[in-house]
Write a protein that binds this ligand. Sequence first.
Ligand SMILES: [Zn+2]
Length: 169
Amino acid sequence: MNYCRRCGSKLTLVHGHVYKCQNGHTIFNNASPASCLWIINDKKEVLVAIRGREPGLGKLDAPGGFCDGAETFEDSIARELLEELGLTPDNYTKPQYLLSDVNPYRYEGEDLVVLGGAFYARLIGNPVITPQDDVAEARFIAMTDVDPDMIYFNEVRASFLRLRDSGIV
Ligand SMILES: [Zn+2]
């Protein structure tokens, strides 16, 4: 960051994530929140998304994405699952927390930090799943058949391992 978002004057790095501008505004360069949801069915399978765009094109992912504006993790999950898969909150149980983690994320040449919150839920019924947006494909795969090394984001991989090894499924 080079300039103050409040007044446009030049920023000086104070320490870590804290900047001060020439007019005394303090600017915090905090992480961007994101969330994801692992949906499991009664056959011990997990809904895995294939990424349809960079970064990580073709790699595995959990449905989810960035929190927009003032969204909570739960708001973001509900919106993303609808956008990416056509699933509404009636199609899965209330998301349960797994873990959070921070990861670097390069976007348009800028290195951002993402704070990811990972959740899981159980599928309700047999809804039609329609991959769209940045998901190329989505399918249920047996937990034991998912190769964790194919999961693109570190936080998403860590949450998959937590779910797989927790005895929840
Ligand atoms: Zn300023």
